[in-house]
Design a protein around this ligand. Structure first.
Ligand SMILES: Cc1cc2nc3c(=O)[nH]c(=O)nc-3n(C[C@H](O)[C@H](O)[C@H](O)COP(=O)(O)OP(=O)(O)OC[C@H]3O[C@@H](n4cnc5c(N)ncnc54)[C@H](O)[C@@H]3O)c2cc1C
Length: 394
């Protein structure tokens, strides 16, 4: 069973080159990250260095980077790679969502020396960068809640504050930090600035947080105690940090949708195989109508998500702005994957509960994308306001 394609004549079907990329990553996952290996790393809460090195060697870490630093491919290739990884080692898909978002920020706003120092190493797999925006007092409403401040001094900037939920910070050499640099004006998103901060800078403390899922990548609290950086740490335009961060939301949302499609597909194939083999009352579980309908609904929702994501990606690659379609894709994909993994857990009974089998890991991991990068309630708010012309509800 392969639920990644329906019909080669589909106008949204992927090119032979992209199909080959999919097959290559799928083979890599099969050989390097079988379920038992992924579960062992999940239990040990360890990043998969060997898989990361393979992805670097394949050039995957450089997808959509500028050509002069070795970039290849575009957003549609990112979606394929993330989907294939999410169906297996989901944490590596989560890591790549951050990697691709950082590439987008640096290619869009980093100075030439910053690109030279960081972006070139990032795409070769020689350095890692994390993104610190969310704070203890708020992620969704981070503009209002932000307490981290950067104060200008003669030699550069001094940063103080605490960030929460920064992915991968224990392994990162660099942090992109969003800090308030001017008091907020009413109804303005300006007044915060992006900085490139070495994790090793004096005053930076990283503390790992124990989380439900995505155990193959750390989730961290990062504190800044009088951290000094030079003027050259500023990324892009002073006070425009939110605009720069929000510009990545469409693609980050689409990459999150791809991760959910990957989890949903992996879980659906697994559940359907299980339902075809496990017998109760003299027939396989899949012969009963209720579990069959759960799985059929999962297949429909997954396909709807895939169509939305393909359409939104095509618009983005053509230079358009697929904002609402991208958010719709993330919404539909995350809800599809949650439906599928919950159904999978139910129809597998006690085996769903076993940590030796992957269903529970998919079930845990995919929860992330119901509230990140933007929670599904806010996605609905935006659709209500911007598509349907309803009053702003928040
Ligand atoms: C594993 C993990 C990795 C992460 N990685 C990063 C990272 O690398 N960098 C980073 O900056 N952040 C990261 N985050 C943070 C993530 O982006 C936030 O968790 C997310 O934005 C939600 O913010 P919050 O957790 O503060 O929830 P809150 O903002 O407190 O929202 C909680 C809930 O309230 C409801 N809600 C909020 N606003 C509305 C509204 N307007 N209307 C209706 N309902 C609403 C929603 O149900 C929402 O889920 C990560 C989080 C996790 C758990």
């Amino acid at each position: 069973m392969d639920l990644s394609t329906f019909d080669p004549l589909d106008p949204l079907a992927e090119s032979p080159e992209r199909r080959q990329l999919r097959d290559t990553v799928r083979t890599l996952v099969r050989d390097f990250s079988p379920h038992a290996h992924t579960q062992a790393l999940d239990d040990a809460e360890q990043f998969d260095d060997a898989l990361y090195e393979q992805l670097a060697a394949m050039g995957v870490l450089a997808i959509d980077a500028p050509e002069d630093v070795g970039g290849i491919g575009d957003l549609r290739d990112q979606l394929v790679v993330i989907e294939e990884l999410a169906a297996g080692p989901t944490s590596m898909a989560a890591f790549l969502i951050v990697q691709f978002m950082i590439i987008q920020v640096l290619r869009g706003y980093a100075s030439t020396p910053q690109q030279h120092v960081v972006l070139e190493q990032l795409v070769r797999g020689e350095t890692k960068v994390s993104f610190s925006m969310s704070e203890p007092d708020g992620g969704t409403d981070v503009a209002r809640a932000m307490k981290t401040r950067a104060t200008k001094i003669d030699s550069g900037w001094r940063i103080n504050g605490t960030k929460l939920w920064t992915s991968g910070a224990t392994r990162a050499e660099w942090l992109i930090v969003i800090a308030r640099t001017r008091e907020p004006e009413r109804s303005s998103i300006d007044g915060v600035t992006m900085f490139l901060v070495p994790t090793a800078a004096t005053g930076v403390t990283v503390r790992e947080i124990d989380t439900l899922g995505i155990h193959g990548m750390s989730t961290c609290e990062v504190s800044f105690d009088d951290v000094h950086v030079g003027h050259d740490a500023l990324i892009g335009v002073e006070h425009a940090g939110f605009r720069q961060a929000f510009a990545t939301l469409n693609r980050e949302g689409l990459n999150a949708a791809a991760a959910c499609i990957g989890v949903g597909r992996g879980a659906l194939e697994y559940a359907a195989n299980y339902a075809n083999q496990r017998e109760v009352f003299g027939k396989v579980i899949g012969a009963f109508q209720v579990p069959q309908h759960w799985l059929a609904d999962g297949a429909v929702r997954l396909e709807a998500a895939r169509s939305l994501a393909s359409r939104a990606a095509a618009i983005e690659v053509a230079g358009g702005n697929a904002e609402l379609l991208a958010q719709m894709a993330k919404l539909v994909a995350s809800e599809a994957a949650q439906h599928i993994t919950l159904s999978g857990m139910q129809l597998m009974g006690g085996f769903g509960f076993s940590r030796e089998l992957p269903m529970q890991r998919w079930f845990r991991d995919v929860r992330l994308w119901s509230f990140a990068p933007l929670n599904n309630e806010m996605v609905r708010n935006r659709i209500g306001e911007r598509l349907l012309g309803l009053p702003r509800s928040y």
